[in-house]
Design a protein around this ligand. Structure first.
Ligand code: KIV
Length: 270
């Protein structure tokens, strides 16, 4: 498998340029320096320190128990493994419940966690937090569709945006996030047709997970695509270890599949 030859640091501006050029953005989660190094070397554009670490690293039932200190720690050690990829770090549950908390915690993830962008879940409900974080010079990635931090309210991990009213709300949320200054949006578990509309409706990159092929990029939980996750792999993920001899080749195969629009296939979409 080919390895990354372009070593220019990926920024929020570059993500935007990739959308404009029609070049797909390949993203994966990482939680430590060694994995981060492998992802960076294989050409992953955006490395996400997801609060999914609560489930896949800590063995918790959801992302809800994850703390800001834990995110800052994992972000800091992931940063040590990166030279090229953009480092995006999740703001965990309740860390942006008001504007002061949001700005303080985003600053902590940047200063202690060496994040280059922070990600938070929600649309219009969190728009004031997004605006205030952006006003401090911190790039923000939104997260729409299935919001894992709200799993207790949603009653489980379900496909979102299936009714016309829900779909309209998500489209409006995406436009509001763009208006508030967000640099990108992760769109999780929505019908592929809706994701296509959202991707066309905004100028900022839409990074899909379970959102079909039309998104500007794709993200997966690395443990899912490397077949490390305990239990059933989500329908939208794929075991890239099946045809690879080692982790580096599996990650390179994922990057190539995203860039060449081979992943996700219809079987990974809703
Ligand atoms: O926490 C995470 O890993 C995420 C991905 C599901 C996008 O937010």
């Amino acid at each position: 498998m080919s390895q990354q030859s372009n070593t220019k640091q990926v920024t929020n501006v570059e993500l935007l340029a990739m959308k404009q050029r029609g070049e797909k953005i390949a993203s994966l989660t990482a939680y430590d320096a060694s994995f981060a190094h492998i992802l960076d070397h294989a050409g992953v554009d955006m490395v996400l320190v997801g609060d999914s670490l609560g489930m896949v690293v800590q063995g918790q039932a959801s992302t809800v128990p994850v703390t800001v200190d834990e995110m800052a720690y994992h972000s800091k050690i992931v940063a040590r493994g990166l030279t090229r990829a953009l480092l995006v770090t999740d703001m965990p549950f309740m860390s942006y419940s008001n504007i002061n908390a949001a700005v303080t915690n985003a600053a902590k993830l940047m200063q202690q966690g060496h994040a280059q962008m922070v990600k938070l879940e929600g649309g219009q409900k969190v728009i004031e937090c997004v605006k205030h974080i952006v006003d401090q010079g911190i790039p923000v990635c939104g997260h729409l569709g299935l919001l894992p931090q709200s799993v207790n309210q949603l009653g489980g991990y379900r496909v979102q945006g299936t009714s016309e009213a829900q779909a309209q709300l998500i489209i409006e949320d995406a436009k509001c996030l763009q208006q508030a200054g967000a640099s990108a949006i992760v769109l999780e578990c929505v019908p592929a047709a809706l994701a296509k509309k959202i991707t066309a409706a905004v100028n900022i990159p839409i990074i899909g997970i379970g959102a079909g092929i039309a998104c500007d990029g794709q993200v997966l939980v690395s443990y899912d695509m490397l077949d490390i996750t305990v239990g059933k792999r989500p329908k939208f993920s794929k075991n890239f270890m099946l045809e690879a001899g080692n982790i580096s080749d599996a990650v390179s195969a994922y990057v190539n599949a995203v860039k060449s629009k081979q992943f996700p296939a219809a079987e990974h979409s809703f």
